[in-house]
Design a protein around this ligand. Sequence first.
Ligand SMILES: Cc1cc2nc3c(=O)[nH]c(=O)nc-3n(C[C@H](O)[C@H](O)[C@H](O)COP(=O)(O)OP(=O)(O)OC[C@H]3O[C@@H](n4cnc5c(N)ncnc54)[C@H](O)[C@@H]3O)c2cc1C
Length: 325
Amino acid sequence: MAVDSSTIEAFRRNLIETGKKELESRLRTDEIMKPHTSFRVGGPAQIYVEPESGEEICDLICAAKAAGLPFFLMGNGSNLVISDEGIDGLVIRLGESFSEIRSEEDPSDPECVRITATAGTLLIRLSSFAAKAGLTGLEFASGIPGSLGGAVFMNAGAYGHDMSEVVDKVISISPSGERKTWKREELQFGYRKSRFMKEGGIVTEVELLLRKGDPEAIASSIREYTEKRTKSQPLQFPSAGSMFKRPEGHYTGALIEQAGLKGFSIGGAQVSEKHAGFVINKGEATASDIDALVKHIQKTIQDQFGVSLEREVRFIGRGFESETK
Ligand SMILES: Cc1cc2nc3c(=O)[nH]c(=O)nc-3n(C[C@H](O)[C@H](O)[C@H](O)COP(=O)(O)OP(=O)(O)OC[C@H]3O[C@@H](n4cnc5c(N)ncnc54)[C@H](O)[C@@H]3O)c2cc1C
């Protein structure tokens, strides 16, 4: 159900009455989400905004809460399928100012450098920053097209490494608008898991600890990973990366291939011919095509092998009852 116009009016009024007229003037109505996602699907967000500071995020959350307006925070849109019918309520996407990177020596360990970056920073840019500075630890992230905030939320990883190895502290804003600083051990990182999945909260800034390394070796690992990705992944098609989490004791791509589903399609959504763990958009896919194809894959794998495939990609918006099941 779309949020009714009186709730949206109350949200706008709350912003104006608290002196945030300029922020209110930046709200966009019925913003089409398709161009904001790597899968290139998704209908309109009822209200959409790109805040430029932590204070603006707090203002938006407080005004939304007071009006009873639900909100969804997105990063770079590289792990999302957004419903064709769109998203009810407010969609917040971190603005361009959230892409700062600073680095300083770590006084407690001369072999380490502390990097502080705001959450909208693209992981690919951060990994390249670290490589140029001769810092090791983020090579695995060189081909992951998400934001730093999204990567912390998902505990993104590749080639046997993930964000939990390099994140030291996180600053977030809770769903009720309070700022909090978390230490690594409080973040409840697991395989594609973090505490933010359970509790919500918007990551605004992250501190990473990276070790000084050999610039040649770092550059060479990045080249190797890039080559592997280019060889094995269908990067020329829109997608959200691997569709499923890896079930224990199995390889998702191999199971899907054994089930004869490689290349199988529903509408414009297809199980990639190059990597069966990827669902791709052949050009005109809708979110419903992707959802139907994913359900078909899950049922086939359950029936043939008794293995339950859990979605890694998050399905968001009207008609998608559960985000991750
Ligand atoms: C070609 C391709 C290859 C990929 N390869 C990999 C890979 O190797 N490894 C891997 O792990 N992933 C991979 N991905 C998936 C994706 O890039 C990661 O999951 C990434 O971490 C998602 O970040 P995002 O900013 O795009 O988040 P989004 O897709 O925008 O959002 C994903 C979730 O994160 C939450 N979120 C986003 N930003 C924040 C924030 N600041 N604070 C709190 N919550 C937030 C959102 O609410 C949402 O629930 C790949 C995707 C593509 C398209």
